[in-house]
Design a protein. Structure first.
Length: 481
């Protein structure tokens, strides 16, 4: 079966996009095709293997595609830009699966658009493969995320940091590309009708249970808060650091979107930040819940006219909700941590139990600590003790005092539940870098091996479980340009 497209965004949301075609790639070549995903979507992998190089690079359009660049605004590191938009991406359309699901199919790195400003509209191979790997890792970990269908080489040379690199395009699927910044774009223009249309569109696509409510703005905002709070709690539980939680990179669907300088924390340090441009640590691991609230406040500002026609009342309603975000997040976080710790049932002491665990963990590998705790729940404490012994900055004293308090909360099913949510394998920075370096040199084998391991993150896989060697050094990531 081939693509079945519907292009509801272009139909329903005038003034929020520009129709523009991707650059025709001169010599397209498929580097990686996500066959398991294609299968899940009801796509014929054979057809994609034949046509994918053209369709996923912009060289040829799949039947029914109607390419466009979407407009959005955004607060980037706190500063507002009223017009950002897809400067190097093209929405080809909404792909409908045979079982009735709808996904945006977007090309990233596919050429200039009216939103490109000074940029070249292009992307290079390493960063596109990086988004592929990490988004697919997140999906396998059960985190809502955009998906990666393919990466193609365009046959062009792209200059980055003065170096000649191979141009590449990522084909990705998203529940939609509605961002907080999409609302900010309309709000900044004072387009009240557009805002209402976008809210109704977002409700129909992501929160259909809210359709027809008398005050859809409030219910919609609450629903987005719930999903984004849950999402960030999941990130935090996995030690995931998004890296650029700008309002244009937060999806209304509650999916993780726009994988740039993101990475997983190894040794536990709440201030961990990997992005080269995040010098202040605005988007550090421990700050993500605060930024969640900050971004939601920006969303609430745009939705005020939909909360109440009386401005003062609308602000009051918004403030009351925003005051509740921290408690709502805390509940999600304790839910995630309760799962990671295999707790039998929620309990008022959970907050102290989790906080005291964090106080005992600095310097210890986040992922392995929970993985080994699952073993400890079965009675084998040796791997956990070994992990602490091998972590120079760690001290087992606080952990030894904490363990009996935790043990008192376990039941016969705890170990199995813990093993199902605490991954053995994450996308470790040194493995990702090695895979991308080999891919840049033309060898896809390390990438394929890592991707295969990441598809089964809960399976013990000694080859991919080890933390980065000490000489890997402080890790720094760069924006996906
Ligand atoms: P990002 O940091 O990827 O979320 O992008 C922020 C903004 O910069 C978005 O509006 C992008 O479309 C735009 N952008 C990023 N890279 C490029 C590029 N190479 N050419 C044009 N626009 C870009
Ligand atoms: Mg972005």
């Amino acid at each position: 079966m081939t693509f079945r497209f519907d292009n509801s965004w272009l139909r329903d949301l005038p003034g929020t996009f520009v129709r523009v075609a991707p650059d025709p790639a001169p010599a397209p070549e498929l580097v990686v095709l996500n066959r398991p995903l294609a299968l899940d979507l009801g796509l014929d992998a054979g057809l994609l293997a034949r046509e994918g190089a053209g369709w996923f690079s912009g060289a040829a359009l799949p039947p029914g595609a109607d390419p466009a660049a979407l407009a959005y605004a955004g607060h980037q590191f706190g500063g507002f830009s009223p017009v950002l938009g897809d400067g190097r991406a093209h929405l080809l359309g909404e792909f409908l699966t045979p079982d009735g699901r709808r996904f945006d199919l977007q090309l990233k790195g596919s050429g200039r658009t009216p939103f490109s400003r000074g940029g070249d509209g292009k992307a290079v191979l390493g960063p596109m493969l990086r988004e592929f790997l990490i988004s697919e890792a997140m999906a396998a970990l059960g985190v809502p995320t955009t998906r990666s269908l393919a990466v193609t080489l365009t046959g062009e040379t792209v200059i980055r940091d003065g170096r000649r690199r191979r141009g590449a395009v990522l084909a990705r699927l998203a529940a939609s590309h509605i961002r907080i910044g999409s609302f900010q774009f309309l709000s900044a223009r004072g387009d009240g009708d557009g805002l209402l249309a976008l809210a109704e569109y977002a409700i129909a696509r992501h929160y259909p249970e809210l359709a027809g409510r008398e005050v859809p703005g409030l219910a919609f905002f609450d629903a987005v808060v719930a999903r984004q709070a849950r999402l960030v709690a999941q990130w935090m539980g996995l030690g995931f650091i998004h890296g650029v939680m700008n309002t244009d990179n937060m999806a209304i669907s509650g999916e993780t979107i726009d994988y740039g300088p993101c990475a997983f924390m190894e040794g536990f340090a709440p201030g961990t930040v990997f992005s080269s441009i995040d010098r202040q640590g605005r988007y550090a691991w421990a700050n993500q819940p605060l930024i969640l609230g900050w971004n939601l406040a920006r969303l609430a500002e745009t939705l005020l006219p939909l909360f109440d026609p009386d401005g003062a009342k609308a602000v009051d309603l918004a403030n009351r909700r925003l005051e509740g975000v921290a408690a709502l997040y805390r509940a999600e976080w304790l839910g995630v941590m309760g799962g990671k710790l295999g707790l039998a049932a929620p309990n008022p002491q959970d907050g102290a139990l989790v906080d005291d665990l964090l106080a005992a963990l600095p310097g210890v590998d986040w992922t392995l600590a929970f993985h080994h705790l699952a073993r400890a729940a079965e009675g084998d404490e040796a791997p956990l003790r070994g992990l602490f012994a091998g972590s120079p900055a760690a001290d087992f004293t606080a952990m030894a005092a904490w363990l009996p308090r935790w043990r008192a909360r376990l039941d016969a099913g705890s170990a199995a539940r813990m093993a199902a949510v605490n991954p053995a394998v994450i996308a470790r920075n040194h493995r990702v870098e090695a895979a991308l370096e080999a891919a840049e040199a033309g060898d896809m084998a390390p990438f394929e091996a890592l991707w295969a391991a990441l598809r089964q993150p809960f399976v013990e896989n000694p080859e991919f479980m080890a933390p980065a060697p000490a000489d890997f050094g402080p890790y720094m990531t760069f924006c996906g340009t």
